[in-house]
Design a protein around this ligand. Structure first.
Ligand code: COA
Length: 166
């Protein structure tokens, strides 16, 4: 399928209920909220950007033929120094390294290549803004996510540390 069959549109307030419903699906909750409901609440705060703490997060709804099929984000790791040190062993200059996350919220669209397309589109956005490295921290048991990253050219550095230089 062509990579142009999906469009990433900035997430708006009207998408928040949909995103919240997607988070509740077992196959998503398991990987997005492994620490439980507090983490679920954190995700909602992040997409709502309640106190402007998450200005460096860029959230998107993935559209296919005008149907909302998923969600993704990228964020500048410069603004997450503690997390970067813990997870990636270093901090990053502003505009250099971006972490990504993604999900297919509509089960009918799973396993059809859309996950790969989303990562490809996120990469294009990060290239556009001059980023040099893309990072992801999938759980090692999240085979679908890891395969999605590897088939987009990411390299496993260690458990939960996958990177692609661009
Ligand atoms: C991860 C996710 C986005 C993948 O999306 P998808 O559209 O189903 O994936 P694709 O069809 O593009 O397939 C990508 C690769 O994963 C493999 N794959 C997909 N689903 C799989 C599954 N359930 N088990 C094993 N492999 C799977 C595909 O075979 C493909 O591998 P290949 O390139 O070696 O052929 C989707 O499973 C999802 O939304 N999961 C829940 C949320 C999540 O875990 N997000 C990632 C957090 S880091």
């Amino acid at each position: 399928m062509s990579k142009n069959t999906i469009v990433l549109k900035p997430l708006s307030d009207e998408d928040i209920n949909l995103f919240s419903n997607w988070l509740d699906k077992d196959y998503i909750y398991k990987w997005f909220c492994p620490d439980g409901d507090e983490q679920r609440a954190d995700w909602l705060d992040e997409v709502r950007n309640v106190d402007s703490k998450h200005n460096h997060f860029n959230h998107f709804i993935v559209n296919h033929n005008d149907i909302k099929i998923g969600y993704c984000l990228y964020l500048d790791l410069h603004f997450e120094p503690e997390y970067s040190l813990e997870n990636y062993g270093k901090t990053f200059d502003e505009g250099y390294a971006f972490e990504i996350g993604f999900l297919i919220g509509n089960e009918e669209y799973l396993n059809k290549g859309f996950g790969k397309m989303i990562v490809n589109k996120l990469e294009a956005k990060i290239i556009e803004i001059g980023g040099k490295e893309i990072l992801a921290d999938p759980d090692e048991e999240n085979i679908a996510s890891i395969k999605t990253l590897l088939s987009n050219g990411f390299i496993r550095i260690k458990d939960g540390d996958y990177r692609k230089s661009i």
